[in-house]
Design a protein around this ligand. Structure first.
Ligand code: SAM
Length: 222
């Protein structure tokens, strides 16, 4: 990615509108979620060579063997968090910063953790460029969460791990929701976990998915 960016012409506006229609057809009906997708310029967060594909419902490479998730997946996971605007949210796996920019419009503050230094630095720059001021990006192993900022009303894990990291469950507020992909390396199930009381959790399986590896102390080995 480079510092100079296209501001987005009518082609991007039309492509984003088509994406919104697709998200609606896929069952994303929450007006606030759709408004967030209308507002965030995905083409600003991916390598310039791929900009023309920014509003396809597909994951795209962002370097370091990592991807920006497909908009449909980002939308489904975001909707599953049931954000109302007041929440403190933890994201594990900042990647491009796209999911963080969407969450920033739907919650009060977002703490996002990325393990790869280049992606963390790039995402910080992108979020600054988009004037997103309520996201803090930290470099580190997100499977440990961020105890100093806990508890979180919502936690989203955007890489696939073998199981739900216990530190993340420990950092979920009562009433909070955790959404993420867990299971085998080749394919995971997308789960939503609700914290229904102190040390009490209810787990729902939302569907099948495939994510890049969640690498860390409570994830896969590097
Ligand atoms: N949310 C991102 C976006 O909007 O572009 C997409 C994330 S990409 C599918 C998964 C990201 O998780 C990668 O950037 C990867 O480096 C990161 N990751 C993997 N394991 C991690 C960990 N333990 N802590 C923090 N980030 C991790």
């Amino acid at each position: 990615m480079t510092g100079s960016r296209s501001s987005g012409g009518s082609g991007f506006v039309r492509a984003r509108q088509r994406l919104l229609e697709r998200l609606g057809a896929q069952g994303i009906t929450d007006r606030r979620v759709l408004d967030a997708f209308r507002a965030v310029a995905r083409h600003e967060l991916i390598p310039e060579a791929l900009q023309l594909r920014a509003y396809e419902d597909t994951s795209l490479p962002i370097g370091g063997g990592q991807t920006i998730s497909a908009p449909g997946v980002v939308a489904a996971m975001t909707a599953a968090l049931e954000l109302t605007g007041s929440e403190s949210v933890l994201e594990v796996g900042t990647g491009s910063g796209y999911q963080a920019a969407i969450l920033a419009r739907l919650a009060s503050r977002v703490v996002s953790i990325e393990r790869l230094p280049r992606l963390a630095a790039e995402a910080r720059r992108s979020l600054d460029r988009l004037r997103v001021s309520n996201v803090v990006v930290h470099l580190g192993d997100g499977t440990a969460g961020r105890p100093s900022d806990a508890p979180f009303d919502a936690i989203i894990v955007t890489a696939g791990g073998p199981e739900i990291p216990q530190p993340l469950l420990d950092q979920l507020a009562v009433g909070g929701r955790l959404v993420g992909p867990f299971g085998a390396r080749e394919e995971q199930s997308l789960y939503r976990v609700r914290c229904t009381g102190p040390l009490q959790f209810e787990r729902e399986r939302l569907g099948r998915c495939r994510f890049v590896d969640l690498v860390g102390a409570h994830g896969w080995a590097a």
